[in-house]
Ligand binder design. Sequence first.
Ligand SMILES: [Cu+2]
Length: 147
Amino acid sequence: MKKFKIITLCLLICTGFVNAKEHTVKLLTQGSNGKMMVFEPMFIKISVGDTINFVPSDASHNAQSFSVPSDKSSFNTPYGKPTKVTFTETGAVLVKCLPHFALGMIAVVQVGENIDSSKVNADWLKAKASVVMNKEAIDEALTKINQ
Ligand SMILES: [Cu+2]
């Protein structure tokens, strides 16, 4: 009986690993639509336990969280180096490229289904005053949450 429990536990853990997906978000000086300083995609919905590989086009970009469900979801990737981040908490995360934040180089990550978006919306309202470009695109990305 004990052996059975151990095998079941192993199966559950292994299945969890198999189901976790890896996604890619590019950090681009010029996006495929011709826009400058963009994350591609700007909005991404993933499952809890999934990983995003943040891939910068050059050494001028990094990915840094600035709205998170809690501190354990905070991250800050190095400049110019593809970096994988695993999201273990349900909710929404806003990600900025630090040097291009004012240019609206921001991405929205939804982790899990039917999340509470009140915190991320409030954080964006506060941050918005410091952003001069691309605000409408970020507003639109936020409307994609829970759709
Ligand atoms: Cu950048």
